[in-house]
Design a protein around this ligand. Structure first.
Ligand SMILES: C[S@@+](CC[C@H](N)C(=O)[O-])C[C@H]1O[C@@H](n2cnc3c(N)ncnc32)[C@H](O)[C@@H]1O
Length: 927
């Protein structure tokens, strides 16, 4: 039986198959595995695993649905693979080109919106990728799965509606791609955070949608019966009962002039325009006030839950928004409303509300939370909201069916932030639901305290509709809670990895997930959260860019281990800092992956651009990398660091690259086929194998030219070139590499391209060259003199001897009167004199050697410099110096010089970082 298709445990008494065992029904399956998990949890060794979350056995068991989902490392993952996977077979033919995807599509899809999570990647963005790289039944892995959208995408490949299939097939046909093989793929999802994996599990494990719809309705009704009275208010007619949708609370300040109390909202809000005025008069002394001039007022009270005294901002209810039937009204709270709030305030905190101290020493947000009188999780809720959230949680927990119970919690946990003081009041917004500031614990001066039905009423309907259309299959997904650096999976068992790792300094996931996790009672092991930290009190626990890179390197090493050779990994990354992006790329290459394409979506043009240098702008990057097949690794082990190994690498790498890329009928330059980028990839490959690089850049360019056919500045395999030529014949223009001049290296590359097309005199080059050294120039990189660059890298014809062929062919093609002249013709000589040109390979190698000597000499001066920091330098000098030191295993020199340059300069240069990181690793390993 294909158990991917048998879904929906509607019939609770039908037999189910799981990992080769048959159970009378799904409850029996769950009970069996929960018992095994309970036993495992008692084993201290099991709990010692890296990334194991903090939580009691009961709390972990309550979240889990084994063997498919465990809120801790999943002991059945290996069995899942054994049962459903196909062992790696080197004889099996597999070949794909890298694929770039648009990660922004599908953000309005109801399934995507069913549960929010930080930086969610929509499943519809992932589907094409999975279809491209895999076959039905293949196993896909996402180790930073967050809310589990990779799982939804893998299932969608089997359940996509006909209209979607048709659209995709038409689009692929246009690109010359054959139709994909439809059918669900199996997936393994992992995340460090139990809050994330719980969302992922609920998205991906089947449930009875009708039963949930009914249970959800009952739950909201039961909550209404119990605490509906807390949300009643008297209409302004003095007799009709209205139902409160939200109450706006405003902080109270003091006037700096008269010390009188000022309710900010009452005074600053313009009732008609619903805008907050920049300045307003003090209600007591009429002094002109602005928000900045006011001082927040604090009140001291006893926190009955902890027994501690607590100082919190004074807040008063300012406005009540309520409904009678379908009509909405607003009012100022009256005495009855205030008395009601007092009555609620006197109630004890419901048992389900967590009373847990925030781990402030390890939190970015600690200062601003303290400032608002928040030290424990229950301080996030005003008294009525605490009652409401406690009720919702308790009622969901009480449901008899485990799967429905989990999905009810999936629904109600979405009210945790919305009911908390994080929910800001937006006077001009139509709805006050989910108005938290993303990615922070920010408590605004005005809070909209919503009712549970206002938040969840519409949500329930939307969930039912969304999950009615998308039905998860049983047995297709296994979910693990732990670190991606230690996946309980066998070697070479995964067919494809799609992953969206943390973006450095963007979001502290563990910290942000803490609040919801406190409700579940299972907390992320924050020490392994792969982020770059901002300042926090516990300095010892702070993570630098280096720590981030190492954490990521450990995770990528694990990815490398579990992926089958020859298979692909897609990494999507929203880039804000060049250093972080570089760190990620270095980590990937160190692990052994070979990067075959980096693309950024050009939102305006709707097309992808190849990214070849570290970029610092906010862009969504899609990196395609592969694990080389066993043959290459094995041959490398046998041959060692020889030039043969380098060519073997290039040969294998070229096979993985796209042959043609067509956009709007035009051919695009395949940047990865550029000799300079191929050289960088080859260097990274050798460095990662701790081997000296056997070829200089010029030797490489020269060898490449003689070994592989070149077209339009790109290298191909002989068998690829016919396809390229065929396409090339159909288009008018040759594709061109887009060069962005940002340092000496790229300035030389720019000059090379320029002089190849047009050998020129200094005077001709100078104005154009100067415009290239513009705003994008790297901060610490010394600006080169054009004359010096020309001198060190190119040749000038001084009119002695024949006109070099480079100049000859340029002049005779571009000047009618110079056509057909001999190379020693005086007219030609006169026109050729003083022109700079690109040397032929032999001469280029001589120049390179000479230049390298000069660079190394300058490097020695960096090494000897006594000051603490080099402010301005040449990256080319550092690169040459690091490379030479690496070749001599002189790691100390690399580290010593690296410490003299500003951190950002090091972190932002892919080449320097690679040597430096390896030097650090070797030194630490005692090599
Ligand atoms: C960018 S988010 C992924 C979001 C996901 N694409 C989605 O659609 O929901 C990165 C995730 O990495 C997780 N994470 C951080 N460090 C980790 C580690 N060492 N191992 C596994 N997951 C980790 C965070 O908890 C976070 O959920």
């Amino acid at each position: 039986m294909n158990d991917l298709l048998h879904n929906q445990n509607k019939d609770t008494d039908s037999a189910v198959e799981c990992l080769g065992q048959t159970f009378p029904n799904d409850q029996a399956r769950r009970a069996h595995f929960l018992k095994l998990l309970a036993e495992k949890l008692k084993d201290p060794e099991f709990r010692k695993q890296d990334g194991f979350p903090q939580g009691t056995d009961d709390a972990i068991l309550a979240m889990s649905d084994p063997p498919y989902y465990t809120a801790c490392p999943n002991p059945w993952l290996a069995e899942f693979i054994k049962h459903y996977g196909k062992p790696y077979d080197p004889a099996m033919k597999y070949s794909r080109e890298p694929l770039a995807i648009d990660v922004s599509v599908g953000k309005t899809d109801p399934i995507y919106k069913a549960h929010s999570y930080h930086t969610k990647v929509p499943h519809l963005a992932i589907v094409p990728s999975i279809l491209h790289y895999t076959q039905p039944g293949d196993i896909v892995l996402d180790g930073f799965a967050g809310s589990g959208m990779t799982g939804v995408a893998a299932q969608w490949c089997g359940s996509a509606p006909a209209s979607y299939r048709h659209e995709l097939e038409v689009a692929w046909k246009k690109e010359g791609k054959p139709a994909p093989k439809w059918g669900a793929r199996r997936v393994i999802l992992n995340d460090l955070s139990p809050a994330a994996t719980f969302i992922g599990a609920n998205y991906n494990l089947p449930f009875d949608v009708d039963a949930f719809a009914q249970a959800g309705k009952q739950l909201l009704k039961a909550v209404e019966q119990d605490i509906g009275w807390m949300y009643e208010t008297l209409h302004t007619d003095g007799k009709t009962k209205g139902r409160i949708e939200f109450t706006v609370w405003s902080e109270v300040f003091t006037c700096p002039e008269c010390a009188g109390e000022v309710n900010f909202l009452d005074e600053a809000l313009d009732e008609d325009s619903k805008r907050v005025r920049d300045s307003f008069p003090c209600p007591h002394c009429n002094a002109e006030l602005t928000k900045k001039k006011l001082e927040r007022l604090y009140v001291s009270k006893l926190d009955r839950a902890t027994g501690n005294a607590l100082s919190t901002p004074k807040r008063v209810p300012s406005l009540i928004s309520y409904r009678i039937g379908k009509t909405k009204y607003e009012k100022k709270p009256d005495a009855t409303d205030l008395a009601l709030l007092e009555k609620i305030n006197a109630l004890p905190l419901p048992g389900d509300v967590p009373v847990v101290a925030f781990p402030f020493a390890d939190m970015w947000e600690a200062p601003r939370m303290r400032d608002k009188g928040i030290t424990h999780t229950h301080h996030m809720f005003l008294p009525r909201a605490a009652q409401a959230m406690g009720e919702l949680w308790a009622k969901a927990q009480a449901h008899a069916d485990a799967r429905i119970r989990a999905f009810l919690l999936f629904m109600v946990e979405q009210a945790v932030s919305g009911l908390s003081v994080l929910n800001r009041y937006g006077p001009t917004h139509f709805s006050q639901v989910n108005r938290m500031l993303a990615g922070v614990y920010y408590v605004a001066a005005q809070h909209a305290e919503c009712s549970p039905w206002y938040i969840l009423g519409g949500k329930l309907d939307r969930l039912v509709k969304a999950f009615g259309n998308f039905k998860a299959g049983a047995g297709g997904t296994a979910i693990n809670t732990g670190t991606a650096a230690r996946l309980p999976l066998p070697d070479s068992s995964i067919d494809y990895i799609f992953t969206d790792p943390p973006f450095g300094e963007n979001l502290p996931y563990a910290e942000l997930n803490y609040l919801v996790e406190a409700w579940h009672g299972v907390i992320t092991q924050a020490k392994l959260d792969a982020i770059v930290d901002r300042a926090k009190e516990n300095r010892a626990a702070q993570k630098s860019v280096d720590d981030y890179r190492r954490l990521m390197a450990d995770c990528f090493k694990e990815y490398f281990r579990v992926l089958k050779p020859g298979r692909w990994m897609t990494v999507v990354f929203s880039n804000t800092q060049a250093a972080v992006w570089n760190g990620l790329q270095t980590a990937m290459q160190e692990a052994g992956f070979v990067v075959a394409n980096v693309s950024a979506l050009d939102k305006q043009q709707g097309s992808f651009k190849a990214v070849t240098t570290a970029v610092a702008v906010k862009q969504d990057l899609v990196i395609s990398a592969y694990k080389p097949n066993g043959g290459l690794e094995q041959r490398f082990a046998e041959r060692g660091a020889t030039s043969e190994s380098a060519w073997d690498f290039v040969q294998t790498h070229l096979k993985q690259l796209p042959v043609v890329k067509v956009r709007n009928g035009e051919l695009e330059y395949v940047a990865e086929r550029d000799p300079r980028i191929l050289f960088d990839r080859m260097v990274a490959w050798f460095v990662r194998h701790s081997a000296p690089v056997p070829l200089s850049s010029q030797e490489f360019q020269d060898g490449l030219r003689s070994r592989f056919p070149e077209r339009d500045g790109m290298a191909f395999l002989p068998e690829q070139v016919t396809e390229y030529d065929k396409k090339r014949a159909q288009v008018a223009q040759a594709p061109q590499m887009e060069l962005f001049v940002s340092d000496e290296r790229s300035a030389i590359d720019w000059l090379t391209e320029y002089l190849k097309r047009r050998p020129s005199t200094y005077q001709e080059i100078h104005p154009e060259f100067t415009t290239q050294l513009g705003a994008g120039w790297k901060k610490h990189e010394k600006r080169p003199e054009l004359a010096a660059l020309l001198e060190a890298n190119f040749l000038q014809y001084d009119s002695a001897g024949d006109v070099p062929s480079q100049i000859h062919s340029y002049l005779s093609t571009n000047h009618k009167d110079l056509r057909g002249l001999e190379k020693n013709d005086p007219r030609l000589i006169a026109k050729a004199k003083d022109r700079w040109f690109v040397p032929d390979p032999n001469k280029a190698q001589d120049l390179e050697k000479k230049r390298e000597k000069v660079l190394l000499k300058e490097f020695d001066t960096y090494l000897a410099a006594t000051g603490r920091r080099l402010k301005e330098f040449r990256l080319e000098v550092l690169r040459a110096g690091f490379k030479a030191a690496w070749g001599q295993k002189d790691y100390k020199t690399i580290i010593k010089v690296a410490q003299k340059i500003p951190e950002e300069a090091l972190q932002e240069d892919e080449k320097l970082l690679l040597w430096y990181d390896q030097a650090l690793t070797r030194t630490e390993a005692g090599a």
